[in-house]
Design a protein around this ligand. Structure first.
Ligand code: 5AD
Ligand code: SF4
Length: 443
């Protein structure tokens, strides 16, 4: 019996990488490789990496070290690293030096080269390093192995032109490019026909969708088109930039029947001084005004954010302004990060770096405040019935199902696995800080 060859991909970072992994998996499947859940027994191991913060990079480097032994036991094993980390200047050399057992390295702009690179290794056993300096044309119609059958990620833009001063993304994902509405609609049409009921439209800044077309088509127009797709029940998007969230977009979302009432609007900081140094392009006041406009039109909007603490030069007063903004907005939830210096970004050169001790103390204070508010907001869900798209078994308790509300809150409740992929009504009986527990209603 011929054993089928297998692959194992570990993904780090954001949904953009998750989506790239689906494409990598699709190409490997087409080459005859089968997905494996056991890294130890795979023929190809790929790490699709992130470099937004140093921690993510260190994790990859340490995992790679652990693979050395596996490679010496199985010289035919192909170990590859791709994604944002590899796209940084000089990084492929660093990885090759620190982990010579890694024979395959490619960046974010040429994932479609994976089959050729693997073939080259198999034919010659020579290491393959291919990192493009800049983005090429958008490649449509690459094969893809979707993770879920009912909920899908869909790229709408690639790259970022914002150059927030702390952020490495514009350097590793290239300039902003939008996919044509025709390609996007065709992809979603096909998926909806195959049973997908929720899509997440992906871009570093979805609000700049279409700016590179030269006509008037914008993100709001795209949402209108996606809203028309038959069979689709929910539309989400990630991430929007507060500077570009237009009135047209707010009213388009209010009028649409499928776009979810979840607004993820990364504020990053509450002090105008820091926002300016971050090059965010909005002020505290304009951000608060935007939140007010959204809440005026969407009374039950779920609003979440990203916040960085310890940006260079952040004083206690600046930080208090962030805390104060959190109080004022009352976010449903927030991802909070300690500022991480990224070589090559403007902020890396700023004097007055904040000490790790202060950063840790600030993030703790911030999280305490955010969690209390999340809990208070979630308590208002007590005895309310919410529609939940069931995603699978709960990660912490296999007796329970886990799913998401329209506003993206996680709901955990007892139920049968046959409900996975369906939208079911759930009454909330135990609201907590990060999850809502409940009971499914008869349908
Ligand atoms: N340090 C810490 N957090 C960062 N983010 C981006 N770059 C950095 C950095 N250098 C955060 C921002 C962004 C989220 C995806 O990651 O908050 O919104
Ligand atoms: Fe990074 Fe700013 Fe672009 Fe987001 S908008 S990816 S934070 S540069």
């Amino acid at each position: 019996m011929i054993m089928q060859k297998t692959y194992y991909i570990q993904t780090f970072g954001c949904q953009m990488n998750e989506r790239d992994t689906e494409v990598l998996a699709g190409m490997l499947k087409k080459m005859g490789y089968q997905k494996s859940d056991d890294l130890q027994k795979s023929d190809i191991i790929l790490f699709n990496t992130c470099c937004v913060r140093e921690k993510a990079e260190n994790k990859v480097l340490s995992y790679l070290g652990e693979l050395k032994e596996l490679k010496s036991k199985n010289p035919d094993l192909i170990i590859g690293v791709c994604g944002c980390m590899v796209q940084q200047k000089g990084m492929s050399d660093i990885i090759r030096k620190s982990a010579p057992h890694v024979e395959l390295l490619f960046g974010t702009h040429n994932i479609h080269e994976l089959p050729d690179l693997v073939e080259n290794i198999l034919a010659s056993r020579n290491p393959q390093v291919s990192v493009w300096d800049s983005e090429g044309e958008i490649k449509e119609n690459l094969p893809s192995e979707r993770q879920l059958s009912f909920k899908s990620l869909v790229n709408i833009t690639y790259g970022c032109n914002n150059f927030c001063t702390y952020c490495i993304v514009p350097y590793v994902r290239g300039r902003e490019r939008s996919r044509s509405p025709e390609h996007i609609i065709e992809e979603i049409n096909n998926m909806a026909a195959a049973g997908v009921i929720e899509v997440m439209l992906l871009g570093q800044n979805v609000n700049s969708y279409g700016k590179d077309f030269g006509d008037q088509t914008d993100f709001a127009d795209l949402l209108k088109m996606v809203n028309e797709i038959e069979g689709l029940r929910r539309i989400r998007y990630m991430t929007s930039h507060p500077r570009d969230f237009s009135d047209k977009l707010i009213s388009t979302i209010a009028k649409s029947t499928k776009v979810c009432g979840h607004f993820h609007l990364p504020v990053q900081a509450g002090s105008n001084e820091i926002l300016k140094k971050m090059n965010r392009g909005y002020t505290r006041e304009s951000y608060l005004e935007l939140i007010k406009k959204i809440r005026d039109k969407h009374t039950d909007a779920v609003i979440t954010t990203d916040i960085i603490v310890g940006f260079p030069g952040e004083t206690e007063e600046d930080f208090l302004e962030t805390l104060n903004l959190v109080e004022e907005v009352r976010f449903d939830g927030a991802f909070t990060f300690i500022y991480s210096t990224r070589t090559g970004t403007p902020a890396a050169k700023y004097k007055e770096q904040v000490s790790l001790e202060i950063k840790k103390e600030r993030i703790q204070r911030l999280n305490n405040r955010i969690n209390l508010i999340s809990h208070e907001i979630n308590e208002q869900y007590m005895n309310k019935i919410v529609d939940v798209l069931v995603e699978g078994e709960s990660k912490t308790n296999s007796q329970m199902l886990s799913g998401k509300t329209n506003g993206n809150k996680t709901v955990i409740f007892p139920g049968d696995i046959s409900y996975v992929g369906k939208i079911v009504p759930v009454i909330i009986t135990e609201p907590q800080t990060w999850i809502l527990k409940g009971k499914m209603q008869e349908i």
